[in-house]
Design a protein around this ligand. Structure first.
Ligand code: CO8
Length: 259
């Protein structure tokens, strides 16, 4: 896969995609969104067990959707552009494998929304988060009003989105928007370490766990509990479960095959 705006790297079972548009601090135009969608559509989730999403360079993860491209849109075109980003981000959120956002620098507007579509967020100490859209006369359009409230609670989400203010890494950590903050030089090593740790576990079990957490969120409790029980049962139909438990009993270590 060759892309103009995406840099790909493979390390064993871990794939890294870096958005690279240095002239606009990695702002997302429709070409980049198209490339991201193509990348996600074709990602081999049997070969890779974890995906890392980051921004190229140290200054910016993604500085938002491309304001220059959006400036002259009418209502219908705005809706189409928003829906395209929302569709791509939903594909990222529902990828079978876990996705880690390694946020290096600005994650504003569509950049913060991209990070929130990932399963886990870690960031560098120079990261800056925010949804500045209302200062441009728009609202978050790539599902930020949906995911921000779910991640950090409605009160904090409303304050951040209504004010449009930018937040530093320590505050993002305090409100639970990110799981950890690292020095910029350490960030990618820490992201890979987390991804490799995830990749050593039984891949079908990890997939089922992601599916459960995502799908159960909107279910009534009884339905969610029944769903988990069903998926728990499905794990016992895998070789990984047999091999993993046998390895424990034999005091060994299991190399999971994803079968
Ligand atoms: N879009 C387009 N170009 C951008 C963007 C952006 N989001 N962000 C930065 N750039 C460009 C700048 O215009 C500049 O280009 P040039 O050199 O040609 O003037 C270059 O990147 C470097 O930027 P700065 O000189 O401004 O760099 P600074 O270090 O001074 O500032 C900031 C960095 C603070 C990140 C600043 O660039 C900034 O405020 N950027 C805009 C951030 C923003 O408002 N993002 C939200 C955009 S709206 C959005 O994401 C909505 C998502 C949903 C859309 C739904 C569509 C319907």
């Amino acid at each position: 896969m060759n892309y103009q705006y995406l840099k790909l790297a493979e390390n064993g079972a871990v794939c890294t995609v870096a958005i690279s548009a240095p002239q606009s601090l990695n702002a997302l135009n429709s070409t980049i969104l198209g490339e991201l969608e193509d990348f996600v559509d074709h990602l081999d989730c049997n070969k890779f067990r974890c995906l890392i999403v980051t921004g190229d360079g140290e200054k910016s993860f993604v500085a938002g959707a491309d304001i220059k491209e959006m400036a002259d849109l009418d209502a219908a075109q705005g809706q189409t552009f928003g829906a395209k980003g929302a569709r791509v981000f939903r594909k990222i959120e529902t990828l079978p494998i876990p996705v880690i956002a390694a946020v290096n620098g600005f994650a504003l507007g569509g950049g913060c929304e991209l990070a929130m579509a990932c399963d886990i967020r870690i960031c560098s100490s120079n990261a800056r988060f925010g949804q500045p859209e209302v200062g441009l006369g728009i609202i978050p359009g790539f599902s930020g009003t949906v995911r921000m409230a779910r991640l950090v609670g409605m009160g904090i989400a409303k304050e951040l989105i209504f004010s449009g203010r930018t937040m530093k890494a320590d505050e993002a950590l305090r409100i639970g928007l990110v799981n950890a903050v690292y020095e910029p030089a350490e960030l990618m090593d820490k992201a890979r370490e987390m991804a490799e740790r995830i990749a050593t576990n039984a891949p079908i079990a990890v997939r089922y766990a992601k599916q459960c957490i995502n799908n159960e969120y909107d279910m009534p409790a009884d339905e969610a509990i029944a769903y988990e029980s069903k998926m728990f049962g499905q794990c016992f139909a895998t070789e990984d479960q047999k091999n993993g438990m046998q390895a424990f009993i034999n005091k060994g270590k299991c190399e999971f095959q994803g079968k």
